[in-house]
Design a protein around this ligand. Structure first.
Ligand code: CUA
Length: 314
């Protein structure tokens, strides 16, 4: 609906859903605005003062049970419908389908850096094939930025020291804007990037050529694997399910982990990141807090690569 959005029809199914929720809520609001304002004007005219005050006493009204029930029940149903409808779409926005291609995005003053799974990186431009789900894993190297794709109706902050994510599945080819939508300093207005959605064949041809042109690029998972091997992780963590000094890394990603303080946590990107940098903050139950921090030795890209690798250790 070009009436509500600057760039015309959405570029994904989810974008269409978000538009529908927005239009639904707007129309309900518009209906009640017209209803209440209509009555306001109507009553102002109908009950205007015609005679002098002392000749026209207003009636004393104490209540109207039916009317009260009507204006309680109908709006309650309407807001519940808004909630249910909005929540359904919110779930679609937040839950990437399994098997989505993961692309790491790092915000820096004042550009976006993209890292493909095959190890290539690009500044301010990311290319993906049409019709396939892509999950962007976002972080920032300095201040809070925001990753905003108006054609897809989605937006997510990039936070220093943490991961957030966003997913989309483009339904049509073309070039789409990516804006930083969080004021992040003097260069904020120039912090923008392009999402290029290509046909599958075109994409394959481009990706093949791009990989050949970047011979030094190591696929993220392979890089993570090497880092895990070279950093000494395997002295304390097994890959086959046996517990050593530390818990096994087999199937670690997404696992529900019991902690020494009795709480549980899902071993997601942020927990794994914390475990590398602040390993003794939330220790897995049954193990001693003896792991050293890798704060000094691992760079942010290394941490992302290790997490990408751990996702494959099943
Ligand atoms: Cu980055 Cu605004």
């Amino acid at each position: 609906m070009s009436l509500f959005t600057p760039s015309g029809a959405g570029a994904s199914r989810v974008a269409g859903e978000i538009d529908s929720v927005f239009i639904f809520i707007t129309l309900v609001g518009l209906f009640f605005f017209l209803l209440t304002q209509g009555f306001l004007i109507y009553f102002a005219i109908k009950y205007r003062r015609r005679k002098r005050e002392e000749e026209e006493e207003t009636p004393y009204i104490t209540g109207h049970t039916l009317l009260e029930w009507v204006w309680i029940v109908i709006p309650t149903i309407l807001v519940m419908v808004m909630f249910a409808y909005g929540f359904k779409v919110y779930r679609d926005i937040r839950m990437p389908p399994p098997g989505a291609t993961e692309i790491n995005v790092t915000g820096k003053q004042w550009f976006f850096e993209f890292k493909y799974p095959d190890g290539r990186s690009a500044i301010n431009e990311v290319r993906i094939p049409v019709g396939k789900p892509v999950k962007f894993i976002l972080t920032s190297r300095d201040v809070i930025h925001s990753f905003y794709l108006p054609d897809f109706r989605i937006k997510q902050d990039l936070l220093p020291g943490a991961y957030t994510y966003l997913w989309l599945q483009p339904e049509k080819t073309g070039t789409f804007d990516i804006f930083c939508a969080e004021y992040c300093g003097v260069g904020h207005s120039i912090m923008r990037a392009k999402l290029v959605v290509m046909g599958q064949q075109e994409y394959d041809a481009w990706a093949g050529g791009a990989v050949a042109a970047a011979p030094g690029a190591v696929p993220t998972v392979a890089r993570g694997k090497k880092l895990v091997e070279d950093s000494g992780c395997l002295a304390c963590h097994s890959l086959d399910g046996t517990a050593k000094v530390g818990p096994t890394l087999k199937g670690i990603y997404g696992r529900k982990v019991g902690l020494t303080d009795g709480k549980t946590v899902i071993a997601d990107d942020n927990y794994l990141r914390e475990s590398l940098l602040e390993p003794n903050t939330r220790v897995v139950k049954g193990f001693q807090p003896v792991m050293p921090t890798f704060k000094q030795t691992l760079k942010e890209e290394d941490i992302a690569a290790i997490i990408a690798y751990l996702k494959t250790v099943k």
